[in-house]
Design a binder for this molecule. Structure first.
Ligand code: GLC
Length: 428
């Protein structure tokens, strides 16, 4: 059973979401897989719980940053693979309540999103490197520790299921309406992780039934090992709209700012705001969403570089949100270096390159009644060229029949991606 088109509507309308990876690993400040990468034991990892005291945790600030950037929803890692819970779970002591911070961070997050009019998403890790019944496998920090493996050899994932289901129940009953659940992840198909786990291990069907019973509207991703409502390409951009069994499905690409999801202090491999804006546009032109991540630091703050990135996206969105929100693919092939998005009777031409003086749009002749640059609503004047006229000297010609040509200023607008807004004679 999947979410209905009506339940999916807010999601496709939003097009942009903010992903927040935040937890004990934010203190290590060297990737959210630090426990795995450094093969840490629970004892090695304990100092992060003992020192988790984010004195600048202000989810309203996160929500405002998301909102300003034009995001419609925020997704927080309530529990990541390390098993630490940011909420007051009654099913374990391994929670935020047993840190110096001592308050339910999920409750504060949910409230902040609602206050800013944003949809609420929860990320929940199916993998759990802390739970005493979670069988050690190729993802586990102790995967090479023979003694540990021998001592835990009788673990049975079925003993973990009630905990997993119980925690999802808590999240769906204690915090009001949740709009989106991002589960992570199944890996029966991964040769690099022995002991891979999937749908059966999570009792995914049972879990999905529980979710539908508690909050039937919630959108569920596709990482439980069974199909969900959306597909979630991670850190790559699909070439075309995504399909399942040949049928187009709603999709959402998740992307980091620097290759790490959790706060990673020394990682300076940042993507430019411009490249992220292009990813967003490219996704919408292929009917997809972008879930753009931020990894707040151990004090709970979004670092300056990340903040600047979101602020630049905000500035672009302030001028161009119309080409993103509620927009989708257009039925025409966009010329090289451009992306089309469409909404009703508006066609948006995103210019990844700034052409010299003219913009030629094949197949659009006779279909446009007005054209403007979005950044300043300045009119762009069409040039009428007889299709049979050959090019000669200063006379442009030799263009394919049906080409619609606009005159562009030589100076490109001062924005990462200029957009031309075309008012079509008929809605598509
Ligand atoms: C991967 C990683 C995880 C991250 C997630 C985001 O599955 O394991 O660290 O949270 O991607 O989609």
């Amino acid at each position: 059973m999947t979410a209905s088109a009506a339940e999916m509507a807010w999601f496709t309308e939003a097009r942009l979401g903010m992903f927040v990876h935040w937890g004990l690993y934010s203190l290590a400040a060297r990737h959210e897989w630090v426990k795995n990468r450094e093969r840490m034991t629970d004892a090695d990892y304990e100092p992060y719980r003992e020192h988790f005291d984010p004195d600048r945790y202000d989810p309203r600030a996160w929500a405002r940053t998301a909102k300003a950037a034009g995001a419609g929803y925020v997704v927080l890692t309530a529990k990541h693979h390390d098993g630490f819970c940011l909420w007051d779970s009654k099913l374990t002591d391994y929670t935020v309540m047993n840190t110096p911070y001592g308050r339910d961070a999920v409750a504060e997050f949910v409230e902040a999103c609602r206050a800013e009019g944003l949809r609420v998403g929860i990320y929940y890790s199916l993998i759990d490197w802390h739970h005493e019944a979670f069988p050690v496998d190729g993802t586990h920090p102790q995967r090479d520790d023979e003694e540990f493996k021998a001592a835990t050899a009788d673990r049975d994932v079925r003993d973990y299921q009630p905990y997993l289901h119980g925690q999802v129940r808590e999240l769906l009953t204690e915090y009001g309406r949740i709009d989106y659940l991002f589960f992570d992840f199944s890996y029966t198909h991964r040769v690099d992780y022995w002991g891979g786990k999937g749908a059966e291990d999570w009792d995914a069907e049972g879990l999905m039934a529980l979710i539908r019973e508690l909050q039937p509207h919630v959108i569920v991703n596709d990482r439980m090992g069974i199909p969900g409502d959306i597909v979630t390409p991670e850190q790559y951009q699909p070439l075309e709209p995504m399909r399942r069994d040949g049928v187009e499905v709603p999709w959402e690409a998740c992307q980091t700012l620097n290759g790490s999801w959790g706060y990673d202090r020394d990682n300076l491999d940042v993507k430019s705001p411009e490249s992220l804006i292009r990813l967003l546009i490219d996704g919408v032109s292929k009917n997809g969403n972008l879930l753009l991540n931020v990894g707040p630091d151990g004090r709970g703050r979004i670092d300056r570089t990340a903040q600047r990135t979101f602020d630049e996206i905000a500035a672009w969105m302030d001028d161009h949100a119309r080409s993103i929100h509620g927009a989708g693919p257009a039925p025409w092939q966009a010329p090289t270096g451009t992306r089309y998005t469409l909404r009703g009777d508006r066609l948006y031409v995103h210019l990844f390159d700034w052409p010299f003086k003219h913009l030629h749009l094949p197949g659009l002749a006779g279909k446009v009644r007005y054209a403007q640059l979005m950044s300043d609503a300045s009119e762009l004047v069409p040039v009428h060229i007889d299709p049979n006229r050959p090019a000669q000297n200063t006379l442009m010609g030799g263009l394919p029949e049906g080409t619609y040509t606009l005159q562009l200023p030589v100076q490109r607008p001062d924005t990462p991606v200029p957009v031309v807004e075309l008012f079509l004679t008929d809605p598509v």
